[in-house]
Design a binder for this molecule. Structure first.
Ligand SMILES: Nc1ncnc2c1ncn2[C@@H]1O[C@H](COP(=O)(O)OP(=O)(O)OP(=O)(O)O)[C@@H](O)[C@H]1O
Ligand SMILES: [Mg+2]
Length: 326
């Protein structure tokens, strides 16, 4: 990796235990300036817990967190160079969009003229120009979320913390918001920590993904590293589609696009029988039976055209990972 990258955030052997014993343990992480880093994992694995300790909404039990080399664990949220956007928009419903956006700046005694200019620029950035006089209730969910992000960006945080900010939005707006966030992030060059349990969202947005499981980090890597070289069975099963084929000497994890299917038995690594053929658009999703395992393969339409249910086929296993049998 480039040696001139600057570390923005460092989490050092951090543990946060709730009274009931739940929480996260011995967390270590370096986040580089100008990156989007995503915490990805199933519900309850500790994503929000870590984010809240960074933002100052939870105290750490032990360990340290630094931003630009300075410890922040003793500081209250408003003294930290961070801004956090929660899952629910928490705009103030009785204030206009302008008032919502200006609030934090007024507290910081920013001159009115600067506030007006900054708000105008920021609304343009999130494609919400002209909404100053509206109330949150007059905006859609996606629009409110853009305002919430604008409000946090106006405080010029050194680190932006986003806890599942798009989870209440429908699929199409979610994708749009993803693209917008990516653009804003690169325009402003800010560092972002993003939390999601949606693996597609994580793949699309991140420079670096931290895959979490039960309060621990399973793997840290670029989207390509995580997708191509999953280091644990959990990562392999959580990211993208994956087949697990049990063999005597281990379990083969292979993606549907990495299997080549040929009509007739005895021509590949494994023999199987066609179960279902589904046209997905430009490709075909085929499931085949191999012993007790059902294996999914993505194949071209010209090959699927030669096949019907119960046909014998051969599978050539391309790129794959073998995990020990448990
Ligand atoms: N205030 C609390 N008191 C006690 N336990 C808590 C508290 N908040 C969270 N937990 C527990 O800590 C663990 C991690 O919770 P956390 O909210 O960080 O998970 P998460 O990964 O953000 O999940 P989700 O995707 O559902 O938001 C869970 O087992 C949860 O039950
Ligand atoms: Mg959470």
């Amino acid at each position: 990796m480039m040696s001139d990258r600057k570390i923005k955030l460092q989490i050092k052997d951090m543990t946060k235990k709730y009274d009931n014993g739940d929480g996260v343990e011995h967390i270590n992480l370096d986040v580089y300036e100008g990156e989007i880093v995503t915490f990805l994992g199933p519900s309850g694995c500790g994503k929000s817990t870590i984010l809240r300790t960074i933002g100052g909404f939870l105290d750490v039990t032990s360990g340290d967190i630094t931003i630009d080399g300075k410890s922040i664990v003793a500081l209250p949220p408003e003294k930290r160079p961070t801004a956090m956007v929660f899952q629910s928009y928490n705009l103030w419903p009785h204030m206009t969009i302008y008032e919502n956006l200006a609030f934090g700046l007024k507290l910081r005694k920013v001159p009115k003229k600067t506030i007006d200019e900054d708000i105008k620029k920021m609304l343009a950035l999130v494609s919400m120009s002209g909404s100053e006089k509206k109330y949150p209730g007059q905006l859609s969910g996606g629009q409110q979320q853009r305002i919430a992000i604008a409000r946090s960006l106006l405080l010029k945080p050194s680190l932006l913390l986003l806890d599942e900010p798009f989870s209440a939005l429908d699929a199409k707006i979610r994708q749009q918001m993803r693209e917008e966030l990516k653009k804003i992030q690169s325009d402003l060059g800010i560092t972002v920590i993003f939390v999601t349990h949606d693996q597609e969202e994580a793949m699309a947005l991140s420079h670096c993904i931290v895959v979490m499981n039960k309060g621990k980090f399973d793997q840290i890597g670029t989207p390509a590293e995580i997708y191509d070289n999953p280091q644990t069975l959990h990562v392999a099963s959580f990211i993208g589609e994956m087949n697990f084929i049990k063999q005597a000497n281990g379990t083969i994890a292979v993606r549907p696009e990495d299997i080549v299917v040929e009509k007739g038995a005895g021509k590949g690594d494994l023999d199987a029988t066609v179960r279902t053929i589904m046209l997905m658009g430009h490709y075909v999703s085929l499931t085949v039976q191999h012993g007790d395992d059902v294996v999914k393969c993505f194949i071209d339409r010209d090959i699927s055209g030669q096949l019907k249910e119960n046909d014998a086929v051969s599978l050539k296993i391309g790129k794959h990972t073998t995990f020990p049998n448990t």
